[in-house]
Design a protein around this ligand. Structure first.
Ligand code: AMP
Length: 509
């Protein structure tokens, strides 16, 4: 396998961009398809999202463009999120070429997109509907792309874009290079390939199909207890970053609210949200250290977050391809991931079809018992304490809290402790005065006396840094840190009887 990008002999501008984004070694799909694309062949590639497929087609097609400045590139994607994602990567890859890729999709004013196209239309990334409108209305009359990419082609077909794609191709030049990327190579995809690609080279990433980096767990749940089962599993598996897939928008809204009320840091994503709100959710999910994103398939398709630890299917999706897509959101770029699916007795046969296996090979786990959940939460909490290296002082605060002391009492105890400690420099809770503050506490009216939980003696104290006004805040921050945004409410098991009534209320995705 190609071990370095140098072996592709990319021009300086592309090499510099690769260096900027920090890629060192080509991924399997990149190693396989880049040489073919550089040679000008059509390519049909089976590749999951998360395998580096955007760079696999983006880098060589831009390389060809850099050799021929008159060349143009068109990339079709099923959703606007994916279009934005792909476009932003193309912007990075073409940064040193003086090219500015443009993104077009439904839901944003045409005026803005036309403005972008007038500025630079050498690389256009877009969704089929909006692109077809632009071709039909004559806004892309002079756009004759020599490279055309169909990204996540199976999803475009699932979403009913076949006719739009056919019509778009009627506007494209006969002489072109066409690249098709798809997570699955169904009969329909092969049909598209034989119609629009010429002698394509097939690249099949079969290892991804096996999802070697993803542990797939299937839990047998009673009918109508999906939400409570989910909460139990979230407590048990304690994901760092999870996407929970629902089949309807209504389910997303109901579930997100329920998880929020149960103390989980939750965001939502579905097709009825405005583009700005969707982007806000995606950004929030990317940046937050711990979050659960509740999403529908359509909205979830463009999410490109490499550190998703868990994907959870609240329900089985509508097709095996969709199942493959969903679970491929975790275990990306060499990370390990866990895919959890909630299955009722009746759905076992559907699961068999999705997993393409015999019934006897399907192992359905039982939900963890409340006792199991309690124990694992305790264990996680203890581990977290060790991980964070909570100072012994924090243990004392915890003890005070456990004793049932009121916050005022704890504050008083801490202040008096700090006050006593002041006389003994080795004692805990004491800080050296910060620069500019006199040790006698007379600067700024002696405020420094109470600024006790600060940075004198090692990392443990960092927990108490913002606690300017005494221990009230200190204890608050303590409890937050242990729970990491997940278990602000302790009584999860008490919530397990929720009805799951939202299941069939909304159909739209
Ligand atoms: P994709 O499959 O295109 O959605 O890519 C998934 C993620 O992998 C993106 O965040 C890319 O920036 C990243 N990526 C792609 N190629 C490489 C590479 N060769 N080395 C490291 N990261 C990569």
């Amino acid at each position: 396998m190609t071990s370095s990008f140098k072996e592709f002999n990319f021009s300086e501008t592309i090499s510099k961009a690769i260096e900027d984004v920090g890629y060192e070694t080509p991924t399997a799909i990149q190693a396989e398809v880049i040489p073919h694309i550089l040679q000008g062949s059509d390519v049909i590639a089976k590749a999951q999202t998360g395998t580096g497929k955007t760079a696999a087609f983006g880098l060589p097609s831009l390389e060809l463009l850099s050799n021929n400045p008159k060349k143009t590139i068109l990339i079709l994607t099923p959703t606007r999120e994916l279009a934005l994602q792909v476009c932003s990567e193309m912007v990075l890859f073409s940064k040193h070429m003086g090219v500015l890729p443009s993104c077009v999709y439904g839901g944003e004013a045409l005026f803005n997109q036309l403005k972008r196209l007038r500025r630079d239309s050498r690389v256009i990334v877009g969704t089929p509907g909006r692109l077809l409108d632009l071709f039909k209305s004559g806004h892309l009359t002079h756009f004759k792309p020599e490279t055309v990419v169909l990204d996540e082609a199976d999803e475009m077909l699932n979403m009913g874009f076949l006719e739009d794609i056919r019509e778009i191709f009627s506007y494209l030049p006969q002489e072109r290079q066409t690249l098709l990327f798809s997570a699955t190579l169904s009969k329909e995809i092969r049909g598209i390939s034989s119609r629009f690609l010429k002698d394509p080279v097939s690249c099949d990433q079969t290892t991804d199909e096996r999802h070697e980096d993803i542990e797939q767990l299937h839990y047998l749940i009673p009918d109508r207890q999906r939400e409570s089962a989910l909460i139990q599993l979230l407590q048990y598996h304690n994901p760092t970053k999870a996407i929970v897939f629902c089949n309807t928008k209504r389910q997303v809204e109901d579930l997100a609210e329920q998880l929020k009320q149960s103390g989980f840091g939750t965001l939502q994503l579905h097709g009825d949200m405005t583009q700005t709100d969707r982007q806000r959710s995606i950004n929030g999910f990317k940046k937050a250290p711990r979050k659960i994103l509740v999403a529908t398939d359509v909205a979830g398709r463009g999410i490109n977050v490499t550190d998703v630890t868990h994907v959870i299917n609240l329900e089985l999706p509508f097709s095996p391809e969709c199942y493959t897509h969903r679970i491929g959101r975790t275990g990306r770029m060499g990370n390990k991931g866990t895919a959890i699916t909630l299955v009722t007795q009746k759905q076992q046969y559907m699961l068999k079809r999705f997993l393409k296996t015999k019934m006897s090979n399907i192992h359905l786990s039982q939900l963890p018992s409340p006792e199991d959940v309690k124990n694992i939460m305790k264990k996680n909490f203890t581990e977290k304490l060790h991980e964070e290296y909570i100072h012994q002082d924090a243990e004392e605060i915890l003890a005070l809290m456990k004793e049932g002391n009121q916050i005022e009492d704890i504050t008083l105890k801490l202040i008096s402790h700090a006050w006593r400690s002041k006389a003994q420099p080795t004692n805990r809770f004491v800080v050296s005065p910060s620069p500019g503050e006199s040790s006698g506490g007379n600067s700024r009216g002696g405020r420094s006396r109470n600024r006790n939980f600060d940075n004198n003696s090692g990392s443990g104290n960092r927990k108490f840094r913002g606690s300017r006004s005494g221990s009230g805040n200190g204890s608050g921050s303590r409890s937050r840190s242990g729970n990491s945004g997940y278990s602000g409410k302790s009584g999860y098991s008490g919530k397990s009887g929720s009805s799951g009534s939202s299941g069939n209320r909304g159909r739209g995705r």
